[in-house]
Ligand binder design. Structure first.
Ligand code: AHG
Ligand code: MN
Ligand code: MN
Ligand code: MN
Length: 332
């Protein structure tokens, strides 16, 4: 008889999270599992609303700006609200840091974790002229995403902002969800990287990319050549730049290559924020076997000076970053 192609022993993210908890043994309280399940719910909710964004008039400006001086899009505000409400509801979070929140949110109770988040990444503003704010990637149907990272909080004193001004290497978990043709959630808890695809009919993220490893090398580079001098390479490289960090990093993990957002005259520290863009992506890239560097040092060793502090980013395939480091040495 014809072999049934329907897979029946699939792993959902919910099951994966519990399996990870069981690996820790009885010491695990289940708090991180509860937190991660609230994060996956948030991603499902955002995915659902993004799909309908144009239909429910979610496109366009919210009429306010965030701490990074960017006009907030309605989706930035909605994504932020969904995330903050879920983090408050799960009862496991003591501090919430969001790109769209000027100050840290201290949550009453005994939450043991700090969560840093870029609720909607890739909503960059393409400004055509002084008065006309262009449409963002989303309006053009380009993938956007949510980025998150988790620090464990000290449990012997009240929480304070210094509890998140720590190097990225102290994060215990990081991930992103990319809202594309399907919603792809990629996660690390320090034991490698796993990718899940949302099955809309089941409402579950299914494990589709177990133990993701980034190719050692790949002739793809991803940088906004508009604001940087690019390299002259012996063999031709392909330029792939979407302008949505989640989409550019996801492609880099799957296909290899180098993604960069260097510092330049316009942005002395680069554009991407350390806590909720550089650190989670650097953690994932290292866990997938790649390198994440800021032009001087390992990104995960950097200590952020403020919750919205920025940093230069060079990340991707090991051999491609080593090549970039050689070039830096030559011109230093
Ligand atoms: P966000 O939408 O969270 O503000 O992030 C936008 C970022 C990031 O997604 C992307 O890599 C970068 O902006 C693109 O910047 P440029 O348009 O300057 O290349
Ligand atoms: Mn923004
Ligand atoms: Mn972003
Ligand atoms: Mn954002």
């Amino acid at each position: 008889s014809e072999q049934l192609t329907l897979q029946t022993d699939f792993v959902t993210l919910t099951r994966f999270i519990l399996d990870e908890q069981h690996k820790v043994g009885t010491a695990a309280t289940g708090d991180l599992s509860m937190l991660l399940n609230h994060i996956q719910l948030t991603c499902k909710f955002i995915a659902h609303n993004i799909r309908r964004a144009t239909l429910i008039n979610l496109i366009g400006l919210a009429g306010a700006a965030n701490k990074s001086g960017e006009e907030q899009k309605k989706l930035d505000v909605l994504g932020n609200k969904i995330f903050v409400d879920a983090m408050k509801a799960c009862g496991k979070v003591g501090i919430i840091i969001s790109e769209e929140e000027e100050e840290p949110i201290f949550v009453a109770g005994d939450g043991k974790y700090a969560v840093v988040c870029d609720p909607i990444d890739g909503m960059l503003q393409l400004r055509y002229s002084a008065d006309h704010v262009g449409s963002s990637n989303l309006d053009a149907g380009v993938s956007v995403g949510t980025i998150f990272g988790i620090y464990k909080l000290p449990d012997d004193r009240d929480h304070q902002v210094e509890d998140v001004l720590r190097p990225g290497k102290e994060m215990i978990c990081a991930g992103y969800c990319m809202y594309a043709a399907s919603a792809n959630l990629v996660l690390t808890t320090g034991n490698g990287v796993n990718g899940f695809t949302l099955d809309n009919s089941l409402g579950e993220f299914i494990l589709t990319h177990p133990n993701l490893r980034i190719p050692e090398s790949r002739n793809i580079y991803s940088v906004n050549e508009g604001n940087s001098v690019y390299w002259h390479e012996p063999e031709p490289y392909s330029a792939r730049y979407i302008g949505s960090m989640v989409a550019d990093v996801h492609r880099t993990i799957l296909y290899g290559g180098i993604f960069a957002y260097p510092s330049d005259k316009k942005s002395r520290d680069g554009k991407l924020r350390l806590l909720y863009e550089c650190f989670p992506m650097a953690f994932l890239i290292e866990q997938a076997g790649g390198i994440a560097w800021n032009g001087k040092q390992r990104i995960l060793d950097v200590v952020p000076k403020g919750i919205h502090a920025r940093g230069p980013v060079w990340l991707g395939s090991k051999k491609e970053i080593l090549k970039a480091q050689e070039i830096f040495k030559k011109y230093d």
